[in-house]
Design a protein around this ligand. Structure first.
Ligand code: SAH
Length: 205
């Protein structure tokens, strides 16, 4: 099933072999409740508890490809959710810092990720604030729909660094790649429409 998913991702335009190998290495069914295990390798999103969803595999692969991940990169992820995207980044040799606003999901992801022997730094808190104590980051990836570009996250990005962020407050968001040109300038590019759960501010629970 995993091999079939990889063929599908390749057909949809994921050409980075390292990313495809990471999808081969990370067992997606570990991140879903047992009832969904058989469908874990279909290209669909699932409920993961607390009203949240694990992103479509294609969305995870697409955002990861836009990030231009290099081994050793220090990457901040907002929205740990199930921890699947976190694990894909770990598999690519990245030092991942990930924030989740739901305590229950944060703890659940921690258990699965520890079981798989990856070693990201998982935080429970509000992603809008980032992690100033660990900044600057080479890259930032946001896996929930943001109402705007959070300034704190731009501040915590290195100059030349990349941020991948779906922007939009309704059902759909525009995927954007932001490159930090200088302390005061960013460049933006659009990469199509996606659907995410909302990025909520000051709603840690
Ligand atoms: N990367 C995840 C996607 C999960 S969905 C995966 O691979 O499964 C997005 C997640 O973002 C949800 O779990 C939601 O609770 C979280 N989220 C929303 N707003 C947030 C915020 N302000 N800070 C941290 N996490 C947030």
């Amino acid at each position: 099933m995993r091999k079939k998913l990889i063929i599908e991702l390749r057909e949809k335009g994921i050409h980075d072999e390292k990313i495809l190998s990471a999808f081969d290495a990370v067992p997606r069914h570990y991140f879903l409740d047992n009832v969904f295990a058989e469908q874990a390798y279909s290209n669909i999103a699932f409920q993961i508890g607390s009203g949240q969803t694990i992103s479509h595999p294609y969305t995870v692969a697409f955002q990861t490809q836009l990030l231009e991940v290099k081994k050793g990169d220090k990457i901040l992820e907002i929205g740990t959710g199930s921890g699947f995207q976190t694990s894909i980044l770990c598999e690519l040799g990245v030092k991942v810092y990930s924030i989740e606003r739901h305590k229950e999901l944060h703890l659940k992801a921690k258990r699965v990720i520890q079981h798989l022997k990856y070693n990201p730094r998982l935080s429970f808190g509000d992603g809008f604030k980032g992690l100033p104590a660990f900044a600057p980051f080479d890259k930032v990836i946001i896996t929930c729909g943001a109402p705007h570009i959070p300034q704190a996250l731009v501040d915590q990005l290195k100059i030349g660094g990349i941020m991948i962020i779906p922007i939009g407050e309704g059902e759909e968001q525009q995927m954007k790649r932001i490159v930090k040109i200088s302390d005061t300038e960013i460049e933006k590019e659009d990469y199509g429409v996606f659907k995410f759960v909302p990025m909520l501010e000051n709603k840690v629970k």
